[in-house]
Write a new protein. Structure first.
Length: 355
C-alpha cells in the first residue's frame, strides 16, 4: 500500500467488526462523523467495482474509495441503516402480500439497472442476506463484490456465488450465470417470503406465487426474460409477458429474445448479411425459376444454421448438448455440428444446381 493510499484510509476511524468472516467493518469518517463500511475483498471483478464507482446504481452502496493492496481490494462504501431480509426472516417476521410485492418490485428495479449496463452486470448472489430494507421501506441490494460482467461465457467461480436455495439450476449444472440466473433468484426470494405470509386466503398471494413460479422455471427460456418485466408485472398486477406480443418472446429469433440492444444490433447485422448473400446468389445460365429456387433454399439453410447455433427453442437440449458441463466443449460440439450441417447443405445445393 502506498503512503497516499494509507493517508486515504487514515481519514476513517474503526468502530466495530460487522462480519469477521467477510472482513466487513463499520468505520466513521473523522471529518464528517458519518458512518461507512470498509470491506476487504479477495474475490472480485475490479472492472465491475470500478464501473459502479463511476456509474452509481440507485439503491446499491455508493463506493467512495477503492484501494488495491496486494491481491485484495479495500472498498469504502455507503453504510445503510436497516435490517437484511434474512434478519427479518430469522426474527419471525410475517409479510403481507403488499410487502412482498413492493420488496420484489424494488429489487427488480435495481437488477434492471444493473442488467442494462453494457455489457450487462449480473449480481450472482441475490439472496435474503444481501437484501437490506431501510426503516422507511426502501430496498437496497448489497454485496456487489460477487457481480460480474456477462460476456456470454461462464466464470470459473459462477457455481459458488449463490446458495443452492437461491441459485439457478444452470449455476450448478453448467457453472454458468446469466441475467436469467438473477431472475431465478428473485423468484426464490419471493418463495421464501411467501412461506412467512399473513392472511393466506388473500388473493394477492396467488398472484405472487404465479410470478415466483415463472421466475424459478428450470428452463431459463420459460422465465421472465428481464427484471424490468417482473417489476412491471408486480406494479400493474398482471403479467406483462402474457399480454400482447411478449407472450411469444420464446419464439422470437436468436438475438431478440433477451431484448438487449447490443445482441439485437449484432443479430440484425447477421440477418441482413444472410438475406443479402442468399437472395443475390448468381448462377450463370440458370433459368429464373431455378435461380430463385436455389436462392430460397440457400436462405432457409443459412437461417437454419443461425437458429441452431442460437439454440432456438432450446434445440441443443434435444440433442443432449446441454448435458456437456464444460461450456468450451459444448460450444465446440455445436461448431462441429454446424460444419457437418453446412457440408450437407452445400451438397444439397450443388445437387439442385446441377439437376
Amino acid at each position: 500500500m502506498t503512503d497516499e493510499q494509507a493517508a486515504v484510509l487514515a481519514q476513517y476511524k474503526f468502530i466495530s467488526v460487522l462480519d469477521d468472516s467477510h472482513k466487513v467493518s463499520l468505520m466513521q469518517k473523522i471529518s464528517d462523523r458519518r458512518l461507512y463500511l470498509k470491506k476487504e475483498m479477495s474475490s472480485f471483478s475490479f472492472g465491475v467495482i470500478e464501473w459502479l464507482k463511476t456509474h452509481p446504481v440507485k439503491n446499491t452502496p455508493f463506493i467512495y474509495e477503492l484501494i488495491e493492496d496486494g491481491g485484495k481490494l479495500i472498498v469504502i462504501e455507503e453504510y445503510f441503516a436497516g435490517s437484511t431480509l434474512q434478519e427479518l426472516l430469522d426474527n419471525g417476521t410475517v409479510f403481507t402480500a403488499g410487502a412482498i410485492r413492493d420488496t420484489a418490485e424494488q429489487l427488480c428495479r435495481i437488477l434492471s439497472d444493473l442488467h442494462r449496463a453494457a455489457p450487462p452486470i449480473i449480481h450472482r448472489a441475490v439472496r435474503p442476506s444481501n437484501i437490506l430494507i431501510t426503516p422507511d421501506g426502501t430496498v437496497k441490494l448489497l454485496e456487489m463484490n460477487a457481480a460480474r460482467w456477462y460476456l456470454g461465457k461462464p466464470e470459473a467461480d459462477d457455481a459458488m456465488k449463490n446458495r443452492k436455495r437461491y441459485g439457478a439450476p444452470e449455476q450448478y449444472t453448467y457453472g454458468e450465470s446469466t441475467i436469467l440466473s438473477d431472475i431465478y433468484s428473485v423468484g426464490a426470494v419471493m418463495k421464501r417470503m411467501l412461506e412467512e405470509r399473513t392472511q393466506p386466503d388473500d388473493p394477492g398471494f396467488a398472484f405472487l406465487e404465479n410470478v415466483a413460479w415463472k421466475c424459478t422455471q428450470v428452463d431459463p427460456n420459460y422465465r421472465y426474460q428481464s427484471a424490468a418485466a417482473i417489476a412491471d408485472t408486480l406494479y400493474l398486477g398482471q403479467d406483462v409477458e402474457n399480454s400482447g406480443p411478449s407472450r411469444f418472446r420464446r419464439f422470437l429469433p436468436p438475438g431478440y429474445r433477451r431484448e438487449h440492444p447490443l445482441y439485437m444490433l449484432l443479430f440484425t447485422a447477421i440477418y441482413i448479411i444472410v438475406f443479402n448473400v442468399a437472395l443475390t446468389l448468381r448462377i450463370p445460365g440458370a433459368a429464373p425459376g431455378r435461380l430463385w429456387t436455389v436462392r430460397i433454399l440457400a436462405l432457409v439453410m443459412f437461417l437454419f444454421l443461425v437458429f441452431f447455433s442460437g439454440n432456438y427453442l432450446d434445440c441443443h437440449k434435444l440433442l443432449g448438448l446441454k448435458k456437456i458441463k464444460n461450456r468450451a466443449v459444448r460450444l465446440l460440439a455445436v461448431a462441429l455440428i454446424d460444419l457437418i450441417l453446412a457440408a450437407v447443405f452445400a451438397w444439397i445445393l450443388i445437387g439442385v444446381i446441377r439437376a
